[in-house]
Design a protein around this ligand. Sequence first.
Ligand code: GLU
Length: 477
Amino acid sequence: MVEQAGGVRPRVRFAPSPTGFLHVGSARAALFNWLYARQNGGTFILRIEDTDTERNREEWVDGIVSSLHWLEMDPDEGPYRQSERADRTAAAIDRLWAAGAVYACDCSREVIDARTKENATPGYDGNCRDRGLERGAGALRFRTPDEGSVVVHDLIRGDVVFQCSSIEDFVVVKSSGAPLFVLANVVDDIDMAISHVIRGEDLLPSTPKGLLLWEALEGPGAQLPVFAHLPLLVNAKRQKLSKRRDTVAVESYRDEGYLAAAMRNYLALLGWSDPDGREILSAEDLIARFRLEDVNNSPAFFDVEKLRWMNGEYIRALSVDDFIAASAPWTAPPLAPWPAERFDADVFRRMAPFVQERVTVLGEVPAMVDFLFLGEPVIDDAAWAGLVADEQALPILDGALDAYGDCEWSADALKEATQAVGDKVGRKLGKAQAPIRIAVTGRKVGPPLFESMEVLGREAVLGRVGAAADELRRRAG
Ligand code: GLU
């Protein structure tokens, strides 16, 4: 293979087919392309491979574009659409036909299967190679050389050698006249002067076909791209990630409240690791430290728990203002369960530092603060059952009602008052506050209770503690 000419700036592309949400594996491929372009002053191109008209939908294109934008990886060029370049592909087919590189074949799948089922090597048997069928008589197949090999020079895997004898005369144009992916993909890569093809290893088996086409179109001395086939993503059971079993859509993670920077950081570690073992890496760090050559070729575990951990780290590293801004979609309907007019930005701001310490995804924010904006706390049956079973719950609530009536209204004073209530029933502070937390917030966990009560205000706290005590008396019968 001809190496990239020195000094040429790389041109790389992310070439998804718009048949679904943006898969995390695709996003990882986009990221590695983007990083390679950014660190080498290259161009990152988005090309939508929409030749499979039955499976493509326009909304998936929008989803891909908006997810890349969310990840702050907007393309330098594109989105181009393969479908808009049909004339280029048609011209390439003419050239292949004129050169005798492809021939027409009218065998149906069934006929081929019946004819070849006894053969040692599966696949098409070259039946129509020399029949001299007219163009238009059927599909067009590539005339694969009988001998020799195709070598894929891969930055990650080294040289991968495919014997031509194992590559059947593959279809490049269907009998309907529609080009196949392998052809359209190569025509576009040639036209767009792609220097590096960085993509998932699922595409490695079709790569020798692409290279045969590339040389047939551009001549044997053609400058071929450098390849980098990225390792597969697997789940905890070492199974290939699947739409049915695993959460694979980037959009789902965005909607759950992962930060784009954390997502990008985590995706970078799928197949690559920092030479010094660093895990938290900003975009600038990644651009400086990532090396395509350091990507390994064993399957990469997509560890959602680790992603969650990382997201928590990113959330805690935000300034409070940035945390509030990032939380904004979750503090208003429809993501927040309270009506918009109940939300008080100043109240949220006071609680924000505590919330920021405790959430791992922004989707957890509403549950942390809903007691402030919902009017009444929602105490479910399980929580009531817990209170009923706890014989000290009622004395604690009654004691709190008493103590909170006239104490100074500050977190410190509330803590002291609660401590005193606990002392009376022989409970440490942590356990003494449990029934009060349920009465005030409806939940067992949440931001620090005394700060929460300070923000909520005396009147609301007394109302809630009193109401819970009354209800508990009724339930305890
Ligand atoms: N469109 C192909 C796919 O989504 C990717 C092609 C490529 O990156 O070369 O599988």
